[in-house]
Design a protein around this ligand. Sequence first.
Ligand SMILES: Cc1ncc(C[n+]2csc(CCOP(=O)(O)OP(=O)(O)O)c2C)c(N)n1
Length: 280
Amino acid sequence: MPLPADKKRLLYNKAREIREKIVWVTEKCGGSHIGGAMSQTDLLVSLYYNRLRINPKDYKWEDRDRFILSKGHGGVGHAVILGDLGFFPEKDLADFNKTGSPFGMHLDYLKVPGVDASTGSLGHGLSIAIGMALGACLQGFQWRTYCLLGDGECNEGTIWEAAMSASHYKIYNMTTIVDRNKFMIDGPTESVMGLEPFAKKWEAFGWRVIEIDGHDLDQIDDAFDAVEAEKTKPTVIIANTIKGKGVDFMEDQAKWHYAGLDSEMSKKAIEAIRKKYPLV
Ligand SMILES: Cc1ncc(C[n+]2csc(CCOP(=O)(O)OP(=O)(O)O)c2C)c(N)n1
């Protein structure tokens, strides 16, 4: 079902704002994993502004939903959203990844309010999410666990060990998403370490697969609903995205996996975002 028009407008404008803030923080801190932060933005905005039951004023609320950014290098985009929601003063992001700042490039759950697990070493978030989901189930809690993986991250064997155990334990109170931007740190995923047939691999591990355009807010929302309605097995959403999405000169290029922006480039990036996403 399409999102209500006012909700869709809110999410669309918010995603544009988050992309601009990622550019701002990247300029300030001298460099970030901006390509993957841009590809994940519509997914995270859909989660944080329309799905997760969380409370920025009480970030340890026991009944909150949990979110694990398994592709921990996307922390810059996660931090910008948490700051925007008021988990901490947004101005603190001016010191992102600087000595003495609570924000490292990979977020630390002991230092950043709103972060449920420290990630950065790829391949571990899905196992953490499964532990949380299983824990919720065994203790009768209703909250849900959400986990975002990178596609390059799926080269890690631990992802597939976790996938096996999730289907063994029939974990359906968890929503797993793969940011399938088809690029990793040093090139296209299919030339570094081929993942295809990707959907079939998940199916072979006992998962239901839903494939979507990971920048289409209606499709994202529908997929979240469908996963929550599934009561027999784990589901993965393969979200087809574009690395660097929103900044034309960054899109689909591995060189923007990690990069810095001087003030000139930063201005160009903001202009590109505003052109691509006129306010509605
Ligand atoms: C265990 C481990 N090995 C290597 C790295 C270095 N590394 C950081 S990002 C990255 C590529 C990840 O690609 P992908 O998951 O596709 O991320 P995205 O394109 O969404 O940014 C790698 C290999 C790491 N963080 N952890």
